[in-house]
Design a protein around this ligand. Structure first.
Ligand SMILES: C[S@@+](CC[C@H](N)C(=O)[O-])C[C@H]1O[C@@H](n2cnc3c(N)ncnc32)[C@H](O)[C@@H]1O
Length: 399
């Protein structure tokens, strides 16, 4: 068996990922963003408050865009990008020059050797990479060794349920001997068209818009090294590496609120469960998480946990989830997710500005006619609901 990193590097030389684009500013103005970016997701990365000063950010396995995007979005911070693939780094370099990103440095190498840079990092972004390593736990431990005290990692690993059909096809394509070439991609596309409607891969294929790009077909169906995780397997991976799971970057897929309302059989069954069991059960009931994006901290960090029953929820400061906008009367949208909101709900969403606390919002003069107890109950439960939907992020009051 060839060394896994060599095989993986070969793939990303021939099919650099993701599909490159020419101009960050243009893409961002058309709505492009990366989940977990420190400039957009501050309250998720640091519920206790963003540390002051210039951050050192590592994009480990940066691919074609991530390091340049991070440098573009976080101009005051220093970004280091590391990748196995020259082709990917070449595009990062192109974006660096195009946008004059003097805060970006790029290195070719295996993230397992990242300690050799002699630096540690306040933020480590590693998305879509560890699950391609022969030993993801060893990769995560290597990143842990360069995480600065109090630092945070944003990780993305594949989710098992949604990818079941993908692994069936990977197995078949390996046996058939389909190669990572343009001809191989064309053969995959022809085979996909002939699958039965009920094939487990079909939901995935319909939803994955990126499969229009050859590089995504290779990355999805012809990868030499690829595994996926359930929610409990993520906790094990993180804890075995001597780290702590902090939170999901987007809560939407993990709480039942996005799919089942109060009073449904599923809500009644999962609401009493502790969060980790709730998320694990929802993953299996909902079958929607193809990617798990989450943050982890070192064991030195005293985690600040958002809990609307324990915490001083009136002091929580809600921030709009990145991309949330008003689509029309009584309707908001964030990515694919829609939110209907009536009257009072609409009013409080509009009042979220990243500065006012929940207590400030429900204390606004426009709501003074509502009896205090009713207002409190609404504020506590509706903001909890919005947070469980990922439509708001919560910054916690100082401890
Ligand atoms: C699927 S792409 C993800 C790129 C980027 N992180 C993103 O989210 O868009 C995986 C990238 O990780 C790189 N990679 C895989 N294994 C690596 C390793 N052991 N060390 C460094 N880079 C690695 C590949 O070369 C490829 O560019």
């Amino acid at each position: 068996m060839k060394d896994v990193s060599t095989l993986v590097a070969r793939q990303y030389e021939a099919f650099a990922y993701p599909q490159p684009f020419a101009d960050l500013a243009e893409e961002i103005s058309n709505g492009y963003s990366q989940v977990g970016d420190p400039s957009l997701y501050g309250p998720v990365l640091w519920p206790e408050g963003r540390p002051p000063g210039r951050l050192k950010i590592l994009a480990a396995g940066c691919g074609t865009i991530q390091a340049a995007y991070a440098a573009f979005m976080n101009r005051e911070d220093e970004v280091v990008g590391v990748d196995l693939s020259d082709a990917s780094l070449g595009h990062e370099r192109y974006l660096q020059e195009r946008h004059g990103l003097s805060n970006l440095r790029l290195f070719k190498g295996d993230l397992i050797d990242v300690a050799a840079t002699g630096q540690d990092f306040d933020v480590i972004l590693c998305t879509g990479v560890l699950h391609h390593m022969a030993d993801p736990g060893a990769g995560l431990a290597a990143l842990r060794d360069v995480l600065a005290p109090g630092g945070v990692m944003v990780l993305m690993l594949y989710g098992q349920t949604v990818r079941t059909g993908v692994y069936m096809l990977q197995d078949a394509f390996r046996r058939i001997g389909i190669e990572q070439t343009t001809a191989g991609v064309a053969q995959v596309r022809r085979i996909l068209k002939e699958l039965p409607q009920r094939h487990y891969a079909n939901d995935y294929v319909r939803a994955a818009d990126e499969l229009k790009h050859d590089t995504a077909v290779v990355d999805t169906f012809l990868h030499p090294q690829d595994r996926a995780y359930t929610v409990p397997q993520i906790f094990d991976l993180v804890e075995d590496a001597g780290l702590q799971f902090q939170n999901w970057v987007d809560n939407y897929l993990y709480w039942r609120n996005g799919a089942w309302g109060a009073g449904t059989a599923i809500a009644d069954a999962v609401d009493p469960l502790p969060p980790r069991e709730h998320w694990a059960a929802i993953e299996m009931l909902r079958q929607s998480a193809g990617m798990h994006t989450f943050t982890v901290r070192g064991v030195d960090t005293d985690l600040a946990i958002v809990d609307f029953d324990q915490g001083d929820w009136r002091g929580f400061v809600p921030h709009r989830g990145p991309g949330l906008f008003r689509k029309g009367p009584a309707l908001f949208q964030r990515g694919y997710y829609q939110l209907k909101a009536l009257d009072l709900e609409e009013f409080v969403i509009e009042a979220v500005d990243g500065r006012r606390s929940i207590g400030d919002i429900i204390g606004l003069p426009a709501l003074a006619d509502i009896p205090r107890e009713e207002r409190d109950l609404f504020g506590q439960r509706y903001f909890e609901h919005l947070w469980k939907l990922g439509h708001v992020m919560i910054a916690l009051p100082p401890r």
